[in-house]
Design a protein around this ligand. Sequence first.
Ligand code: CS2
Length: 494
Amino acid sequence: MKNPLLLNQKNLALIANKMPCPTYARNELISGMVHIGVGGFHRSHQAFYTQKLQEEHYAPEWGISGVGLREADRKIHDVLAKQDGLYTLIVKEPDGKILPSVIGSIRDVLLGVDDAAAVIDLMALASTKIVSLTITEGGYNFNPSTGEFDIENSDIKHDLKYPDNPKTVYGFLTAALKKRREAQLPAFTIMSCDNIQHNGDVARNMLLAYARQQDEDLAHWIEQEVCFPNSMVDRITPVTTQSDIDYLAKTYEIRDEWPVTCEPFIQWVVEDNFSCGRPEFEKVGVQFVPDVKPYEKMKLRLLNAGHSVLGILGALHGHKTINACMEDETFVTYLRAFMDKEATPVLDEVKGIDLNVYKDSLEARFANPNIKDSVSRICSESSAKLPKFLIATLEENLEEGRSIEFVTLVLAAWCYYSDIQTDKNDQPLEVIDAMQKELRQAAQLTNTDPLAFIKQKSLFGNLAKNKGFAELYTNMVQKIYKDANIKMYMQDMI
Ligand code: CS2
């Protein structure tokens, strides 16, 4: 193999002989969108749609500046800076076809920990119309059980003390909006693209809670002027592996230090609620609707929840990927039973969508054998995900006297997973969770108090006090601790 060609603007013309590359004038792009959280998902989704828009309906005022706020964002920042914002998106079809292309819609990248003022100044520019977010479910700084803003967070306290040198997303947004107001510029739109029900409303409530602490008057202006569209975003985007990097080097002789892989499916449903204009994304397949709530609930409670069901149970069983779970009949049947009996009854009618067809399509997407989405990605940050994906469903079903056993088994398995951290064959599991320590401490008490895990109020509210649920959970968790052969219990239920 020759020396692979480094992916950057200078080499783009050569790389274009090997795979599709941006053909629009990247150098004329302006940062109409500033995006916070340039992970794999942003790069497979919003940046992909933006590239499509640039290719088909060139709109240079809608380029993207990618922002990382944390030290942990340094690596992606450095890679993209070196590659002039370019990266390869590798779409993996279920039939084995692999379709790479170079995405160029991110025009530059900034790192808040290095230069907070530069990020604030960029967001305060008149040309910035939208600040979009993928800061993960855990990034919104609220108590998952009460939904209240966590004012005790030390970074939030820091930002209130040093508003010109913030660390958190709320500190940055508030500082930039303050500047815009002083300069008599219109407010930008804040567009959350995270997997949270009513993600725009949550972003709004949290930002206002923060801003009120800092400056009542400014908070009032934000309340009046900033739009926070809710949205439903969807594209399965596994963690990039070394073999993806090697594949590009070997097959295409291209060196891309951080490509992104994803499935062919893509969807984005957004409320048409923007304070300062927006790209004409409808021209490239984005749906603008007056009310996104039924769509987001459907996606969170079926797709994301379905992922968590497979992820946690699959991890315990020893499956490494979601598609491996889908090759296992017990998991397929269990997933469908969960979707039909527990998730579907909590959903509202979604206009134009046949839920059975939607569930069939989820099964097909999960089964894509090329995606190899690791169960460890799915289980990561479960403490931020499960309250929204599964626990909310369980609570709604409890209230209505409907089935809760499929979710309950997952919660009992999650307790064991957090405590023992090995699968049923004693193989170690990769547990990634901001609350890992607390989860483990609570789970470790299960032998003396079977409800200890469920008594974590910030995650489960008052569920432990519900007799019916407590009995069912106790029974399940005790069985799993005796014998972690999770498949046995799944089979008993289907
Ligand atoms: C996954 C999501 O992290 C998770 O739990 O369910 O990342 C999922 O792959 C995306 O939301 C798909 O759109």
